[in-house]
Design a protein around this ligand. Structure first.
Ligand SMILES: Cc1cc2nc3c(=O)[nH]c(=O)nc-3n(C[C@H](O)[C@H](O)[C@H](O)COP(=O)(O)OP(=O)(O)OC[C@H]3O[C@@H](n4cnc5c(N)ncnc54)[C@H](O)[C@@H]3O)c2cc1C
Length: 538
């Protein structure tokens, strides 16, 4: 008999050897009746009513024939289905003779996963990335954060690993596509990620681990016949009769009739190129706001209460939302980075945006999260935003904020920052604490950066949201502006075959296509695009 047992309590310092005894206690059976036990999920429960924080786990069990399942346990039992299985291994189609190799553009989570799948299917994909390899990209980005020296093709958003490289590396996703998520996680583990990501309810890697994992993914793609071209930007699409027949990368031309476009949502030149080539695009809602940094000790206290500081508890995270009220829109926290750093993200000169990253230890004394306000297409109705066509109006709206953030501090990629109390009181801070996670930041008013409805909503919403969390002192918090790229402002339309309805052979995928947001959903979308490309060959 095989099943999954949920709600199994385990101490935070359990070992794998403790699992049979813990399961037997819960099942009220002899340990000998358990043939095999395997942990499949675990999350921390640190609610104060518990005498101590513990893991709530799910285990997969194989039981001896004599075992009888107690009827009172049935609600915590799940029949074994294939939901925990990974996606099927790729079918291996053959390219027709003379057919060009498939091309994947963009080596972020979506492009890497797509290229990996195509390589495993024996299709020898060519992966093109405008930035450099992750190991060569890192020193350039570190130097940017230290000095503001900006490299247009090698920055926090461009280069191998994509926007996901210098990220918090949380691997949470709302996607229900469990088999593809499993395939992605297993690929990460195969490339050096800790096995814990397969079982943790809130898996996390951190930028240092991602750097190693991305390098191994590249090696896996290359070892299976894929080719990677760095410092190579897609600059044009060659089309005939509504289909792709080739691409240009500067003065290089490449024949190609199947292209997975995984260029992320920062590559505005790519959206403009697609618009010129009549790919179907539409504007989509987005959200903008600020990044709020608070002492991690206070965040831990708000989440763990009397257990805060417990040596086995990791840096805590939070999520808060606020409904619209009194002339304020909805507001929500987003992309929380416990024990992380606020970073300046820029992918073009003259514009800056904020985000948060962390290392695997999540051991910074600060935690940060974006607090963002939804923006609807009606907000881009101003003709100035529709100058490049209404599909790109949201992108111009984001760009305007980013340019204002850049100039607010003198145009040297210094992030505008304020003490939260000053922002709430509509004042510009006289100074900032020397000890903050983003040292290249300085006081500047956010009122010249963000639209009125955003600052008004934030001022009205943040105090009650922090009160709801408890333990976080407004006086100790710093806010940074502006958070603009929480999601894509453009959707590249695709049909059931995954292709652009107006540019056959183009498979838009990942966050930039507007169907995914975050590392996991983008990687899963990239995997699906590769499967659809393979289907188009079969
Ligand atoms: C600082 C930061 C922290 C984040 N933290 C998290 C997190 O903790 N968890 C999470 O789930 N998500 C996080 N995100 C979001 C996540 O990184 C993205 O959702 C994800 O990377 C999107 O994947 P993608 O492959 O679709 O696009 P991207 O990662 O943006 O990759 C696109 C790639 O395409 C390349 N490219 C663009 N144009 C061209 C061109 N013309 N020619 C060739 N190459 C091109 C780019 O250089 C880039 O490498 C974070 C993002 C940032 C910026």
């Amino acid at each position: 008999m095989k099943f999954i047992l949920r709600q199994l309590e385990l101490p935070l310092d359990y070992n794998d050897e403790d699992l049979p005894a813990a399961a037997a206690r819960r099942l009220k059976c002899d340990v000998e009746e358990i043939i095999h036990v395997e942990l499949v999920k675990r999350s921390i429960d640190a609610r104060p009513r518990r005498p101590a924080p513990l893991f709530i786990a799910a285990v997969k069990l194989e039981m001896a024939a004599r075992f009888r399942l107690p009827s009172w346990l049935k609600k915590d039992i799940e029949e074994l289905s294939d939901e925990l299985g990974s996606a099927e291994s790729p079918v291996k189609p053959a390219l027709k003779s003379g057919d060009p190799r498939p091309v994947v553009v963009g080596a972020g989570p979506a492009g890497l996963m797509a290229a990996w799948h195509l390589a495993m299917a024996g299709l020898k994909p060519i992966l093109i990335e405008r930035g450099d390899r992750a190991d060569r990209r890192k020193p350039v980005v570190d130097n940017f954060w230290r000095t503001g020296a900006f490299a247009p093709e090698n920055n926090a958003l461009y280069g191998e690993g994509g926007a996901g490289l210098f990220s918090d590396g949380k691997l949470t996703a709302r996607s229900k596509d469990r088999p593809r998520i499993r395939t992605f996680f297993e690929t990460l583990v195969r490339c050096g990620a800790p096995r814990d990501i397969l079982i943790d309810a809130e898996p996390h890697l951190g930028s240092d681990v991602l750097l190693e994992v991305v390098a191994s993914m590249r090696q896996l793609i290359e070892a299976n016949g894929g080719e990677t071209l760095y410092n190579t930007a897609l600059t044009d699409l060659i089309c005939e009769n509504g289909a792709i027949i080739g691409i240009k990368c500067g003065d290089k031309e490449l024949s190609c009739n199947r292209l997975i476009l995984a260029t992320g949502h920062s590559a505005r030149d790519v959206y403009r190129l697609l618009q010129n080539k009549c790919a179907s695009l539409e504007s989509k809602p987005l959200a903008v706001g600020i990044r709020l940094e608070a002492p991690q000790a206070q965040i831990n206290m708000s989440q763990y209460g009397r257990f805060a500081g417990h040596p086995r508890l990791k840096a805590a995270s939070y999520r808060v939302t606020r409904r619209p009220e009194n002339n304020a829109r909805a507001c929500y926290s987003f992309c929380m980075c416990p024990g992380g750093l606020v970073i300046c993200c820029a992918s073009e000169h003259g514009a800056l945006t904020t985000n948060g990253m962390s290392y695997s230890g999540r051991d910074s004394i600060w935690g940060n999260a974006a607090f963002i306000v939804p923006v609807e297409p009606g907000d881009f109705a101003d003709p100035a935003f529709a100058a490049s066509g209404k599909e790109l109006a949201g992108m111009l709206f984001q760009e305007k904020i980013e340019k204002a953030a850049f100039t607010a501090t003198g145009g040297d990629f210094v992030v505008p920052a304020l003490m939260l109390a000053d922002f709430l009181a509509d004042k510009v801070s006289a100074s900032l604490p020397a000890n903050r996670s983003c040292p290249r930041s300085k006081p500047a008013s956010f009122d010249n950066i963000l639209p009125d409805f955003v600052t008004r909503t934030l001022r009205q919403s943040i105090p009650p949201m922090l009160r709801e969390l408890g333990s976080i002192n407004i006086a100790d918090c710093i806010v940074y502006a502006a958070e603009t790229r929480s999601s894509s402002s453009v959707r590249i339309l695709r049909d059931d075959s995954g292709q652009s309805p107006t540019l056959r052979g183009l498979f838009p995928t990942g966050e930039g296509a507007g169907y995914a947001g975050g590392i996991v959903s983008s990687a899963v979308d990239g995997l699906k695009a590769a499967e659809q490309l393979i289907e188009s060959l079969c």
